[in-house]
Design a protein around this ligand. Structure first.
Ligand code: HEC
Length: 150
């Protein structure tokens, strides 16, 4: 009785990576972003250019640059602020100093939740596209790996 159940669970485990390929902004990332990021990056936040002109003021208000639409979010993944999302959300496995990016902590209340949500971001952005390089360094071949489906 127990055996089929376990093998069923194991088969589910292996099915997860395949499912993960299908993540979309509307179905998966928008709700995650709303739960974890919207409070500081929503419609009440300034666009990056404006944020940069008055960084200290906005930081004091706990406001980061605005990224409340699909297009605005892509701005921090692909272009022009290539890799910003990856640099800030990485858990330290890909950063130069081995420390997590300073937005990693907002991915969840526990390490388990943070890892799960980090993996969601990674799967959504695309296989081999988790790249922390800045736009001066990133290649067009690396940019083409970004999937980030709508
Ligand atoms: C409590 C407020 C807060 C939350 C929640 C938050 N952020 Fe931020 N975020 C900031 C502030 C303030 C900055 C700007 C200061 C800095 O650069 O660290 C920032 C900066 C960033 C940047 C860098 C933008 C750039 O290029 O300058 C990214 C990317 C980012 N956040 C993504 C996220 C994501 C994704 C989430 C959700 C998982 C998130 N943040 C949650 C406050 C927050």
């Amino acid at each position: 009785m127990l055996k089929p159940t376990i093998s069923f669970l194991v088969s589910l485990l292996f099915a997860v990576p395949a499912l993960a390929q299908q993540l979309t902004y509307r179905k998966d990332m928008r709700p995650l972003w709303e739960a974890k990021c919207a409070a500081c990056h929503g419609a009440g936040s300034p666009y990056l250019g404006e944020f940069e002109e008055n960084k200290e003021k906005f930081k004091a208000m706990s406001k980061g640059p605005r990224m409340d639409t699909y297009a605005d979010l892509l701005f921090f993944i692909a272009w022009p602020d290539a890799g910003a999302m990856m640099r800030r959300l990485d858990d330290g496995k890909n950063t130069k100093d081995g420390k997590p990016g300073n937005m990693y902590l907002y991915l969840g209340a526990s390490d388990k939740e943070r890892q799960e949500n980090l993996n969601r971001f990674k799967a959504w952005i695309g296989k081999g596209a988790w790249n922390l390089k800045r736009r001066e360094a990133i290649t067009s071949e690396e940019l083409r790996r970004i999937e980030a489906r709508y």
